[in-house]
Design a protein around this ligand. Structure first.
Ligand SMILES: Nc1nc2c(ncn2[C@@H]2O[C@H](COP(=O)(O)OP(=O)(O)OP(=O)(O)O)[C@@H](O)[C@H]2O)c(=O)[nH]1
Ligand SMILES: [Mg+2]
Length: 442
């Protein structure tokens, strides 16, 4: 199985660019001192007034992260670009460590003034160190609506409908809370009347921010797990022909994936062994192809389908795949041939434009007398179904992974199918190049 983890991305703190700020001239003994702030505290809205660190009125800025301009994502791969999320406890400890290292502005002789200056600066720093990574996540996790439809379906079906947005919303609400409480505590501390009061207010502010972050930081940990899950999704290359195995549960799809490709999915004699989209590869000569194994489909309406079945339909709907449809007419899989026929008709009708090959699996079990479902009630008038029950759809190839019957021929057919898929991809690309999508002004 190819599962690509993006290990290269780094969790990004704001760059360590320094910003030079001048203290307000003409006030106190330290009038000409210059203060260097790290970028993470560069937007500080404080100034030195009579030796104290005091918040100033600033033009109000909307601190809500701006939504990035709409981008049309026609390619897959958004999950490999997700930012690395730090565990909330690590963000908290590193922020506390950095904030405690912030020293008071040089040149303040008065002890009380120095202490409140230190307290306000440390609280300000803690607030910004805690909020900066959260803002990075909000900005860099893509909005669901800008994802490729296939990746959007993966988010909905694997993370749970609405959960992705909900977790990002909780992270943003934590960020806003940290900023609001941080500002309040820093301002409170800057107004302390004595050294002792400044120390107490600093300690109170620190514990309050720490408590908020410890309590609500689990949203960050949830985001970390979401990113892990999404990054572990198989990587699909839209330009490489892809064979997709489809059929009812337990018909032998994964067994064929193992024989045809590098994919090594789990095989068991119960339905829904395959619980996600798995990817294998086939190399024939110099040509490379992808193979996806999918969860089985049952005979039922779309609104009753489980998320595993929906994943299969998402692959067929959003990826340009060739279909290898697997039928088990022995009924050994647990789904009757009549039900398989109905599922097949439905899928065939919906995805008829995909290159397609039908195989009847488990041919070794068909050697003797027909195994199962001979007593199954059949509508005598439905000849097509009667035919299907005996030998599957017309033109289907009989194969067995046990006796290896038909496997070589299957490989040849699959190769032919994938080469025709490759031609389709190329001709689509040529059409796109020929049609730039805008009119040239002569
Ligand atoms: N006799 C026989 N059994 C087979 C053959 N192919 C698969 N099986 C068995 O059928 C059962 C199901 O095989 P899988 O490959 O897991 O089927 P699947 O369609 O991937 O199943 P789900 O992932 O649950 O949808 C297993 O017990 C396999 O050993 C075959 O050619 N002959
Ligand atoms: Mg399977």
């Amino acid at each position: 199985m190819t599962v690509v983890y993006s290990l290269l991305q780094q969790w990004q703190l704001p760059s360590s660019k320094f910003l030079r700020r001048s203290s307000k001239a003409g006030l106190g003994t330290h009038i000409n001192s210059s203060i260097f702030f790290r970028k993470s505290i560069q937007t500080s809205t404080y100034e030195i007034v009579k030796g104290s660190y005091v918040p100033t009125a600033q033009p109000k800025q909307d601190s809500t992260p701006k939504e990035k301009p709409m981008r049309k994502l026609e390619n897959l791969g958004a999950f490999q670009k997700l930012p690395m999320v730090m565990p909330s406890v690590d963000i908290l400890h590193s922020s506390l460590r950095k904030a405690k290292r912030v020293s008071p502005t040089k040149g303040i002789a008065n002890i009380a003034k120095r202490e409140r200056n230190r307290g306000a600066k440390q609280l300000d720093a803690l607030m910004k160190e805690l909020a900066a990574p959260l803002r990075g996540y909000i900005d860099n996790f893509p909005k669901k609506r800008y994802l490729h439809p296939y990746e959007r379906a993966l988010v909905e079906l694997t993370i749970g409908d609405g959960n992705y947005e909900e977790v990002l919303r909780k992270v943003d609400s934590l960020r806003k809370k940290v900023i609001s409480f941080g500002k309040e505590h820093a301002s409170h501390c800057a107004k302390s009347a004595s050294k002792r009061e400044a120390e107490e207010r600093l300690s109170q502010g620190m514990s309050n921010l720490e408590e908020i972050f410890s309590h609500e930081g689990k949203a960050v940990d949830e985001l970390l797990n979401i990113a892990k899950t999404l990054r572990a999704m198989p990587v699909v290359d839209l330009e490489m022909p892809t064979l997709c195995l489809v059929g009812a549960p337990n018909v032998g799809k994964s067994s064929l994936v193992r024989i045809l490709s590098t994919g090594k999915p789990e095989i068991c004699n119960y339905p829904f062994t395959t619980r996600g989209i798995l990817m294998g590869h086939i190399t024939l000569g110099y040509q490379h192809f992808q193979v996806t194994d999918t969860p089985g489909l049952l005979r039922r309406h779309d609104e009753d389908r489980n998320n595993l079945e929906k994943l299969t339909l998402a692959v067929l709907s959003h990826l340009p795949t060739a279909i290898l449809y697997v039928h088990d007419v022995t009924g050994e899989c647990g789904t009757s041939p009549s039900d398989q026929y109905m599922i097949y008709k439905d899928v065939k009708e919906r995805f008829d434009d995909h290159p397609w090959v039908d195989v009847i699996s488990k041919s070794d079990l068909m050697q003797g007398s027909p195994v199962a479902f001979v007593t199954e009630e059949v509508d005598a008038d439905d000849n097509e179904m009667a035919q299907y029950r005996k030998m599957g759809p017309s033109g289907a190839l009989r194969v067995s992974v046990k006796s290896e019957e038909g496997i070589n021929e299957l490989k040849e057919r699959v190769h032919g199918l994938l080469v025709s898929q490759m031609d389709r991809i190329r001709s689509n690309q040529e059409k796109e190049v020929g049609d730039p999508g805008f009119e040239l002004i002569k």
